[in-house]
Write a protein that binds this ligand. Structure first.
Ligand code: S3P
Length: 454
């Protein structure tokens, strides 16, 4: 399987979707990206064989798999579509022979930096143009405090890829209060703490996705979480052996967000999205869309592999603009681009603040979405830390524009959804980034009744 992504892989692939009638039917979305990364990493550190069912086979996760292989783990896809991981044991990562190519994936980069920080090896990380502009200082600072030596490229006021990290062995246990609400930073420190003597402690004033904590506990790590007035305090005692697991990865709520908003905005739509992860630290978009009047019902709620899961019944709805509570931002941080699209079809104004983190994702998602929405005839105002969208009350947007995806999968899919209720075509200049997280996006949306325009 091709896991090399920084070289040119052909010419841009424009995409334009249309809906000639309601979206209907029953779909599933691919496995959760955050959980898939962690399953590969922890499987690669356990002693023995881990089985993973429902792994997301997107480029980002394959970049993680490629890196873990380069550091000694055995990782293979079986004929039935499940994955088998032979771990090297905590402390057992090997020196990779060449640079680790992370493609577009910030999660792979930051979490793997954490793992390497407490192993006696040196690794160089490289990535595509988008990843090479993203800030790495947020993980470099705590990992240096744990003893890792890190040389990054000085960017425009930030430390970026390419970077080289040499781990410390033994690393120094750390007590660290997160200055930014980031599950990637939290996870990098916890993963470094896995091979660090003593107790490594992360304090998060605002809760972020807790897949690392859940999965570390499942693999038998010595981990405790306390809810305190200071925030969540997560303590990991290092040098424990991880036991291999059978992991079932639920559908990704961040991918489900696209058919969900598509059904809400296309008149007459009535769909079911099956097997969607509903971890409360990830389900913020469903709560916000329901508050806007979105008809989204959770059915068959259950627990799969230690994560809450449900089937979502979504129907076309009259949405109303609201002020989105900024406190919920970490639980829906990747879903804002498609929420901006939903807001374009709401009656009145939707105000979204406290989301400056969107400016350092795969693209500056506030600027890129705002420019594309304006080009498609949607009135919106960019704020330093957010966006205000004046909705059209359900009427089709004008469309008739080509929008830039800027190497950002969620921008590409958001505008593809916008085009489903537009008077004139909305063309995405390059849809290739979609395969980082949702390789089957176009067939899935076509299965619901949308069509690809020439
Ligand atoms: C992720 C955490 C989030 C999210 C990213 C995946 C993770 O980033 O945006 O897509 O798997 O930990 P931050 O932790 O930087 O907010």
């Amino acid at each position: 399987m091709n896991i090399h992504m920084t070289t040119d892989n052909g010419s841009p692939q424009p995409l334009c979707l249309a809906a000639t009638g309601p979206l209907t039917g029953d779909v599933t979305v691919p496995g959760d990206k955050s959980i898939s990364h962690r399953a590969i990493m922890l499987g690669a550190l356990a002693v023995g064989e881990t089985r993973i069912t429902g792994l997301l086979e997107g480029e980002d996760v394959l970049a993680t798999a490629g890196a873990m292989r380069a550091m000694g783990a055995g990782i293979e896809r079986l004929a039935d579509g499940s994955w088998r991981v032979h771990g090297v044991g905590v402390g057992g990562l090997l020196q990779p022979a060449g640079a680790l190519d992370m493609g577009n994936s910030g999660t792979s980069t930051r979490l793997l930096m954490g793992l390497i920080a407490s192993h006696p090896i040196t690794a160089t990380f490289v990535g595509d143009a988008s990843l090479s502009g993203r800030p790495m200082g947020r993980v470099i600072t705590p990992l240096q405090m744990m003893g890792a030596a890190i040389a990054a490229t000085p960017g425009a006021g930030r430390q970026t890829l390419p970077l080289t990290i040499t781990g410390a062995c033994p690393a120094i246990a750390l007590r660290y209060r997160l200055p930014v609400a980031s599950a990637q930073v939290k996870s990098a420190i916890l993963l470094a703490g896995l091979n660090t003597p003593g107790e490594t402690v992360v304090i998060e004033p605002i809760a972020t996705r807790d897949h690392s904590e859940r999965m570390l506990a499942g693999f038998g790590a010595n981990l405790a979480v306390a809810e305190t007035p200071e925030g969540r305090i997560i303590t990991i005692r290092g040098e424990a052996e991880l036991k291999p697991q059978d992991i079932i990865v639920p559908g990704d709520p961040s991918s489900a967000a696209f058919p969900m908003v598509a059904a809400l905005i296309v008149p007459g739509s009535d769909i079911i999205i099956r097997n969607v992860g509903m971890n409360p630290t990830r389900a913020g978009l469903v709560r916000v869309l329901q508050a806007m009047g979105g008809r989204i019902d959770l059915r068959n709620e259950r627990t799969v592999g230690g994560e809450p899961v449900a089937d979502l019944h979504v129907r076309h709805s009259s949405l109303t603009g609201i002020e989105v509570p900024p406190g919920g931002a970490p639980s829906m941080i990747d879903e804002y681009p498609v929420l901006f699209v939903a807001a374009a079809f709401a009656q009145g104004r939707t105000i979204m603040r406290g989301i400056d983190e969107l400016r350092v994702k795969e693209s500056d998602r506030i600027a890129v979405m705002s420019q594309g929405l304006v080009a498609c005839g949607v009135a919106c105002e960019e704020l330093p830390d957010g966006l205000i969208v004046d909705g059209r009350g359900g009427d089709p947007v004008a469309g008739g524009a080509t929008v830039a995806a800027c190497l950002d999968h969620r921008i590409a899919m958001s505008f593809a959804v916008l085009g489903l209720n537009a008077a004139r075509p909305v063309i995405i200049d390059d849809a290739r980034p979609i395969s980082t997280s949702f390789p089957g996006f176009v067939p899935m949306i076509c299965q619901l009744g949308a069509t690809v325009r020439d």
